[in-house]
Design a protein around this ligand. Structure first.
Ligand SMILES: [Zn+2]
Length: 247
């Protein structure tokens, strides 16, 4: 009964929040905090998941309020599923309308998740540069979350567009607006490569090279050796020339 009640309350809150979201940016003052927390069933990751899902669907101020009003001591498996279903049924806010002030707890990745910048090189000499990097904790957008991006311009430090993020459980959430099949393909190669080689289901050989740094200036090296003749010697195209290396 108590469980049903908390679901009903949540449902009512959501209906209210949806109406408020559609009507006015006004936000009510938060209620007084609940009493001392007792035993909590949900894991931290489960709580984070709900946190993320709420913030994906409501402006930050409202989302904060809603999240704060969840009484985790009353939420067990059944309630958790019900809340998830309620949230899933609600459309996400378009990314550009979501508030940036999403403060989410730090999400740690499985230890062996391959952070870094990777050059994915295909047999036809085309290549993609994929970067997997943690957002700094002081970023407004998804702080502490590992974002996955690709290089979309000439500058291999700045020209990256993110297209996915790593969920707390290590799975990958693709952002529909930015994901293209070739990016998914490149990421699959990064995650599936062994000793720098990935073989596609069609039998094509893909080379995956983790970026290193120019031995002279420290810049990130992402161009494959077919584009930078000094890559294998550990230099960028300019520095390789300057230190007098032969191509
Ligand atoms: Zn250099």
């Amino acid at each position: 009964m108590a469980e049903q009640l908390s679901i009903d309350i949540l449902r009512a809150q959501m209906a209210q929040a949806v109406a408020a979201r559609n009507a006015t940016p006004e936000v009510q003052a938060p209620e007084a905090p609940a009493e001392e927390p007792a035993k909590v069933w949900a894991t931290e990751n489960q709580q984070r998941l709900i946190h993320t899902m709420i913030f994906e669907r409501f402006p930050a101020a409202q989302a904060k309020h809603m999240y704060a009003s969840l009484d985790w001591t009353k939420i067990r498996h059944r309630e958790f599923k019900a809340i998830m279903n309620e949230l899933k049924a609600l459309p996400k806010l378009p990314r550009n309308l979501r508030d940036k002030a999403v403060v989410s707890p730090e999400v740690s990745l499985p230890g062996d998740f391959p952070h870094g910048t990777y050059t994915v090189q295909y047999a036809d000499d085309s290549y993609k540069v994929i970067r997997i990097a943690l957002q700094p904790l002081d970023e407004d957008f998804m702080p502490g979350v590992a974002l996955i991006g690709y290089q979309n311009g000439p500058n291999n430090k700045k020209d990256f567009r993110n297209f996915a993020n790593v969920r707390p459980d290590g799975s990958i959430s693709f952002w529909r607006r930015w994901t293209q099949p070739d990016l998914e393909k490149a990421l699959v190669a990064v995650l599936g490569a062994e000793d720098g080689i990935y073989t596609t289901p069609e039998g094509d050989r893909v080379e995956v090279t983790k970026s290193d740094y120019c031995a002279k200036c420290g810049d990130v090296l992402t161009a494959p050796s077919t584009k930078n003749p000094y890559r294998d010697m550990g230099y960028g195209p300019e520095c390789g020339k300057k230190v007098g290396l032969k191509k």
